[in-house]
Design a protein around this ligand. Structure first.
Ligand SMILES: C[S@@+](CC[C@H](N)C(=O)[O-])C[C@H]1O[C@@H](n2cnc3c(N)ncnc32)[C@H](O)[C@@H]1O
Length: 275
C-alpha cells in the first residue's frame, strides 16, 4: 500500500512541477476547494518574502501555511524541509540562516527536484541542497539538523508514524520543528475526512489534532502544540505544529510503535483508489 500511495502522490506532483517547468504556469494542487480559494499557495507569504525569490519558486508554492514565519530561524542553523517541492521554503530558510547555515530540501519527485535546483541556481543560493528521498526514511544521519520544517506534506505521507520517528531521529537535542499542515478536527473519522477532499489534495490523509499531538509526544518531543490558523474545509484546518527535542536526549528516544497511534494515522485512510 505504501508504494501505491507514493506513486499516486509522485505522479500528481510531477504534473504540478511540469506546469511551472514547461508551461511557466502557476502550479495547481488539485480541484478541491482549498486549492482554488487562496487557502493554499503563494498568498500565504508576505509580498516582501515573495519579492526575495525567483518567480518560478513562488509559482510552484503549494503549501498551506508559512513555516518560515513559525520556525524563527537563526544565523548558522541547519534546516531540513520535508517535501520541499519547488523550493520556496528552502530558499527563504537559506536567507535566514546565512552563509554559515544550510538549508536542505527533501522530496521524492524528480520533477520537483529539477524545479527546485533550477530555482536555487537562479536565486544564486549556495548554502542549499536538494536530496531525493522519502520523508518516511530521511537520508540524513541522526542528530544532524537544528530545525525541521515542512509545508503541507505530512498529510501526504504513506506512513505517518515513520515520518514522526524520523523527525525525532534527525533533530539534534534542543532542536525544534516548525511545520504547517492540514489537520482534521478530532471528531472526523478517516471516511469523513475523505468526503471533504482528495488524498493528493492534502485533505483525506490529514491527521487529527490529537493524532498529531500524540504522535509527536510518542517519539519523545516536548512542548507540542497544534494550532489552527485558517479553515480549508468543513472541520479541517491549516495548522501550525511546534515541538522541541529535549536536551539530553539522543539515541535513547522512546521506541515508537505504530500501535501507539490511532489506526487512521498509520494508513492513508482516504478511501481513494490509492489505498
Ligand atoms: C503539497 S506539495 C508541497 C510542496 C512545498 N512544501 C510547498 O510548500 O510548496 C507536496 C510535496 O511533497 C512531496 N512529497 C509528498 N509525499 C512525500 C514523501 N512521502 N516523501 C517525500 N516527498 C513527498 C511531493 O513530491 C511534493 O513536492
Amino acid at each position: 500500500m505504501t508504494e501505491a500511495i507514493h506513486e499516486t502522490v509522485r505522479e500528481h506532483y510531477a504534473q504540478s512541477a511540469l506546469e511551472v517547468l514547461e508551461r511557466g504556469e502557476a502550479a495547481t494542487c488539485c480541484d478541491d476547494a482549498c486549492c482554488t480559494d487562496g487557502s493554499v499557495g503563494p498568498e500565504l507569504y508576505t509580498a516582501l518574502e515573495r519579492d526575495e525569490l525567483p518567480s518560478a519558486a513562488v509559482m510552484a508554492s503549494l503549501g498551506c501555511g508559512n513555516p518560515i514565519a513559525v520556525a524563527d530561524l537563526h544565523e548558522g542553523e541547519r534546516v531540513l524541509d520535508l517535501g520541499s517541492g519547488g523550493g520556496i521554503d528552502v530558499l527563504l530558510s537559506a536567507k535566514r540562516v546565512g552563509p554559515t547555515g544550510r538549508a536542505i530540501g527533501l522530496d521524492m519527485t524528480d520533477e520537483m527536484l529539477t524545479l527546485a535546483r533550477r530555482n536555487a541556481a537562479e536565486a544564486g543560493a549556495d548554502n542549499v541542497e536538494f536530496l531525493k528521498g522519502q520523508i518516511e526514511a530521511i537520508p540524513l544521519p541522526a542528530e544532524s539538523v537544528d530545525v525541521v520544517i515542512s509545508n503541507c506534506v505530512v498529510n501526504l505521507a504513506a506512513d505517518k508514524p515513520s515520518v514522526l520517528r524520523e523527525i525525532a531521529r534527525v533533530l539534534r537535542p534542543g532542536g525544534r520543528i516548525g511545520i504547517t499542515d492540514i489537520v482534521a478536527e478530532d471528531h472526523l473519522t478517516p471516511e469523513q475526512r475523505a468526503e471533504r477532499g482528495s488524498y493528493v489534495g492534502c485533505i483525506a490523509g490529514a491527521l487529527s489534532f490529537s493524532e498529531f499531538e500524540e504522535g509527536l509526544k510518542a517519539v519523545g518531543l516536548t512542548g507540542v502544540s497544534v494550532t489552527p490558523t485558517h479553515p480549508v474545509a468543513d472541520g479541517m484546518h491549516s495548522a501550525i505544529i511546534r515541538a522541541t527535542k529535549p536536551e539530553g536526549t539522543g539515541a535513547g528516544l522512546p521506541a515508537f510503535a505504530a500501535a501507539e497511534l490511532p489506526l487512521s494515522a498509520s494508513g492513508c485512510g482516504c478511501g481513494d483508489g490509492c489505498c
